[in-house]
Design a binder for this molecule. Structure first.
Ligand SMILES: NC(=O)c1ccc[n+]([C@@H]2O[C@H](COP(=O)([O-])OP(=O)(O)OC[C@H]3O[C@@H](n4cnc5c(N)ncnc54)[C@H](O)[C@@H]3O)[C@@H](O)[C@H]2O)c1
Length: 436
């Protein structure tokens, strides 16, 4: 099938490469000419495990190409996916201007019957809105909602082995249904993962999934504060509740707050959608408020450790990406921590295995970015672990103790809580844990 992927970001590039991998002819198009130029030159532009070799072999086979000639990419396609960004507006609602622009471009350049698939996360009602835009197109354009559920860091494997593929289209849209069924057939061989529904339900499913996951995290972060007050340990509480089959163990980890390009914006977009329709989404609102507060937790703890004065302190930061196995720093808890430290007059030495370039762009010369993790700890008054990259799991603690000016470890992910670090001379603190 001939596919045009509009928007070549984390979702568009992964989806485009995976559709090419399963035999389709894919043009990944983007208005960002620099990105397209780099992709054409063989630079993968994002870090995502397994993506590089897949892009390379599909480009080599001629099934995958990159273009900033958006009209030509649309004209040659049977299916156009919309994978452009939908960032938050200042009132929390999703900014749909890029989605609208794609729909308007489709009206202008469509050269035959087309299925237009909304893969971006868009508020309920967007499918209907896009239908209104494309109804004047010179050829029939069927609009389908197909929200994406991949996770950065596991995006390729999530796409090829999905838990489910949600498709929102009208029951009598036989052509669009058949196209979607064929596109996803290769990833449904072991079991049929297609979940069919009407477009508004598909649109809402994505927001509800992200908000529910974010809610679990915020709830556990709130419980972690209570643990610290009452002498309980969030590890034990997590095991105690997560072993209940009705609850399950995932997304129950206390930490420095959730980040990334999805959870924060999707939670507030759900609140905003509720407001627009006269339904107050109280739990979603509370989830966001708890997270905002949690993003200040590491800075607050450091301030407490240094008796309110961080001026001139050198703080090492391990991990800047919003989670391991990605270079994405959008809304990362490390950003809030670093900004707070700088505004308190501290100096920051940071390390991240993949996100250093993005951090350099964001902070310029305001922080020192170190090539080596131990360099970030050199002469530090404290070392804060923010992102649990595997390489930070088992560091050489005696070496850290030697390198650091003061042996203060603040473990934002509770990964060292069982290591007996206090007995090794460290001041250790986690989030709601008693151990170490
Ligand atoms: N990143 C994730 O993990 C993830 C997961 C599921 C869903 N989503 C959703 O998918 C959508 C895309 O997310 P992303 O992280 O890939 O964003 P991104 O910012 O990485 O990529 C978006 C791309 O769209 C391009 N673009 C903007 N306007 C365009 C236009 N008019 N025509 C063509 N290209 C245009 C941008 O230049 C950019 O390259 C968002 O709605 C997001 O909420 C993201």
């Amino acid at each position: 099938m001939k596919i045009c992927m509009m928007g070549t970001g984390y979702v568009g590039l992964v989806s485009g490469a995976c559709f090419a991998e399963t035999g389709n002819e894919v043009v990944c198009a983007d208005v960002d000419e620099d990105k397209i130029r780099r992709l054409r030159a063989g630079d993968i532009v994002i870090f995502e495990p397994g993506l590089g070799p897949m892009v390379e072999r599909n480009v080599a086979s001629g099934r995958l190409s990159f273009s900033s000639d958006v009209p030509a990419a649309i004209a040659g396609a049977e299916v156009v996916f919309v994978a452009v960004g939908t960032p938050p507006r200042s009132d929390g609602a999703a900014d749909l201007s890029a989605v609208d622009r794609v729909a308007e471009t489709v009206v202008k350049y469509v050269a035959g019957p087309l299925v237009l698939v909304l893969k971006s996360t868009v508020p309920v009602g967007t499918n209907a809105r896009v239908r209104r835009i494309v109804k004047d197109a010179p050829y029939p354009v069927q609009v389908v909602s197909n929200p994406e559920f991949l996770k950065e860091g596991d995006a390729v494997s999530d796409f090829l082995r999905p838990d489910r593929i949600v498709v929102g289209c009208d029951a009598d849209d036989h052509h669009a249904r058949e196209i979607m069924r064929r596109l996803y057939h290769p990833v449904c061989l072991a079991s049929d993962r297609m979940v069919w529904m009407d477009p508004p339900s598909a649109e809402l499913s994505k927001y509800v999934a992200n908000t529910l996951l974010a809610m679990r995290i915020s709830f556990m972060n709130e419980v972690a504060w209570l643990c610290e007050k009452v002498g309980a340990d969030i590890h034990h509480v997590r095991h105690g509740v997560g072993s209940d089959a009705r609850i399950g163990p995932r997304f129950l980890y206390a930490g420095p707050g959730y980040g990334g390009s999805c959870f924060p914006k999707d939670v507030v977009a759900l609140v905003s959608a509720g407001r627009e329709h006269g339904v107050e989404m109280e739990l979603a609102g509370a989830t966001d408020r708890v997270n905002q507060r949690q993003k200040g937790a590491l800075a607050r703890k450091l301030k407490q450790i240094f008796e309110g004065d961080l001026r001139g302190k050198c703080i090492g930061v391990w991990g800047i990406a919003f989670k391991p196995r990605t270079d994405d720093i959008r809304e990362a808890p490390a950003l809030a921590l670093i900004e707070a430290l700088l505004s308190e007059g501290a100096m920051v030495r940071a390390h991240d295995p993949q996100a250093a370039a993005a951090a350099r762009e964001r902070f310029g010369g305001r922080i020192a970015l170190c090539e080596d993790a131990y360099e970030a700890a050199r002469d530090a008054d404290a070392l804060v672990l923010v992102t649990e990259w595997r390489q930070y799991q088992n560091p050489d603690f005696p070496r850290l103790r030697q390198l650091m000016r003061r042996p203060v470890l603040l473990d934002g992910r509770n990964i060292w809580s069982g290591y007996g670090l206090r007995a090794q001379g460290f001041h250790y603190e986690g989030i709601g844990v008693k151990g170490s």
